[in-house]
Design a protein around this ligand. Structure first.
Ligand code: ATP
Ligand code: MG
Length: 484
């Protein structure tokens, strides 16, 4: 797997023989060998082992070792002590100038975690010399496997060679085969220790298409309310990953069935059972509709689009009413207000918030596009990241009536209008207005807007026509001087 520019995952399925031929694997192998030469125990551990067994390229490689951090720091020339508190050292290998062979590998000392009192982090960790103890602190059985990379060298990396290289203290191999997410040890204790693991269970189950084991799921249901003790940023990041890994629908179904949704996003949980007019929404209630949008989110979808899709109809439950048909008058404005509260709660950046709210605010405007004045349509196209607005509207249609007429119209117009037509150079600026005898003030802005409007409509096309336009429409302001 790789991170895309937006930070989400690009899943790369490759034969394992090709994955292990890459510099990242070579770097991890070299680190394991060097630690072993020094007399320490060392393994590949965690997500990278799981991914190799699934034939997915690991996002990064983690090495678990009996060596203490000071030994690791001493043994490798280029290191960063990233999580000294937890015995984690980042080891750089290869040349920084040659991106192809530069790699960063996380090397973590075997440890067992002490008591957790904040619901997220252990108060202290104890180093141990036993790998079998280290895996017990990990979250799920499929994340608790160890692999000896030296054993893969010279093999064709088929299923048997991989199995042969794996050491499994937790039953992870069987769970990988049966496609099960199961907590290591006693599930309720593991979720009590670190509440974030509840969201991780959902994320892994969705990503891999696995089921969550019954006892593990029951413990999540019993403790779901505690998830709000975890920092909002961490919750947000987990949700964003769920939304942008290509399996958003399944993730949100699991969030719902585990009881987590009602705690982290009650506004979204409220979409359930909110009926819609069948002539526009044959698919069913607002929740079903939203799931059908999530189903269309591809892996690596921009996170703002993903959140926009999730939240576009959050204004519907509070505005539901039955008149001549079911109506949701004002749901866009209410939705923007609810979306603003969610973005604030999850500490989205200003830019992210702006775009997510704009997606909610504008999602109903496509229906009016054919009737828009040329200037209005151009201003519509000026919305930041207009492609995301287009993408949201398309998903919205396909999740409902299936009619793409408005989308097709807007897409064609958008493609046909070059940027210099959508946002042409102004025919007049403030400086020229001053030269014409107007004084800066409130009306000044209105005049410039009117000039731009006429320009976008195509009724004036040159500076001289613009001057004439101003003289015709705003003559008295010069004479009376009361233009401010
Ligand atoms: P991803 O592909 O999403 O990175 P990953 O399994 O590599 O998945 P990381 O968050 O990178 O997940 O963590 C690496 C390993 O550390 C996990 O496989 C797991 O063994 C362990 N781990 C991570 N977070 C936790 C946690 N909250 N509780 C217990 N173990 C954890
Ligand atoms: Mg990882």
């Amino acid at each position: 797997m790789r991170r895309s520019e937006t930070g989400s995952m690009i899943i790369v399925m490759l034969p394992v023989s090709e994955i292990v031929a890459k510099p990242e694997f070579a770097a991890a192998l070299g680190i394991v060998s060097k630690l072993r030469e020094r007399g320490c125990e060392a393994w590949l551990a965690g997500g990278c082992v799981r991914d190799l067994l699934l034939g997915r390229e690991p996002l990064d490689y983690d090495v678990a070792t009996s060596a203490r951090p000071d030994v690791v720091l001493d043994l490798f020339p280029r290191t960063f002590s990233v999580g000294a508190h937890f015995g984690v050292v980042l080891v750089a290998t290869g040349s920084e100038n040659k991106e192809e062979d530069f790699a960063l590998t996380e090397v973590a000392t075997f440890r067992s975690d002490g008591v957790y009192s904040d619901g997220r982090h252990p108060d202290e960790v104890q180093y141990t010399n036993r790998a079998a103890e280290d895996v017990l602190r990990r979250d799920f059985t499929i994340n608790g496997l160890l692999l000896d990379p030296e054993k893969l060298v010279g093999t064709d990396c088929d299923a048997d060679s991989l199995r042969n290289a794996v050491v499994d203290h937790v039953g992870g191999l069987a769970d990988l085969e049966r496609k099960i997410i199961r907590a290591i040890g006693e599930p309720s204790r593991r979720f009590e220790e670190d509440h974030l693991r509840m969201l991780r269970a959902v994320r892994f189950a969705a990503r891999f298409g696995f089921e969550i084991d019954a006892a593990t799921m029951n413990s999540i249901r019993a403790q779901a309310a505690k998830i709000n003790n975890v920092s909002r940023e961490r919750i947000r990041d987990e949700l964003t990953r769920m939304l942008t890994e290509g399996k958003a629908r399944r993730a949100f179904e699991l969030l719902d069935s585990s009881g987590l949704l009602a705690v982290v996003l009650p506004e979204v949980a409220r979409l359930k059972g909110v009926e819609q007019p069948p002539q526009y929404h044959p698919e069913g209630d607002v929740w079903t509709h939203t799931l059908l949008l999530l189903d269309q989110l591809e892996s690596c979808a921009p996170m703002t689009l993903a959140w926009g899709a999730l939240l576009h109809d959050v204004g519907k439950p509070p505005t539901f009413r039955i008149a001549e048909r079911i109506r949701f008058d004002g749901h866009v404005d209410v939705g923007v207000a609810i979306g603003a509260e969610i973005c604030r709660r999850f500490r989205f950046s200003n830019d992210e918030t702006h775009l997510i709210l704009s997606l909610i605010e504008n999602h109903m405007r496509f229906a009016d596009a054919e009737r828009m004045k040329s200037s209005t349509l151009k201003r519509f196209f000026r919305l930041e990241s207009f492609e995301e607005h287009l993408a949201l509207h398309r998903m919205d249609c396909l999740a409902g009536s299936g009619n793409l007429d408005h989308w097709n119209f807007v897409r064609e117009q958008y493609a046909a209008l070059p940027p210099e037509v959508v946002r042409p150079k102004p025919l007049l600026t403030g400086r020229e207005l001053i030269a014409l005898g107007y004084k800066p003030g409130a009306l000044f802005k209105e005049i410039l807007h009117a000039v731009e409007e006429a320009q976008l409509e195509g009724s004036i096309t040159s500076e001289s026509e613009a001057v004439e336009f101003v003289h015709t429409h705003y003559p008295q302001q010069i004479e009376s001087g009361n233009y401010e």
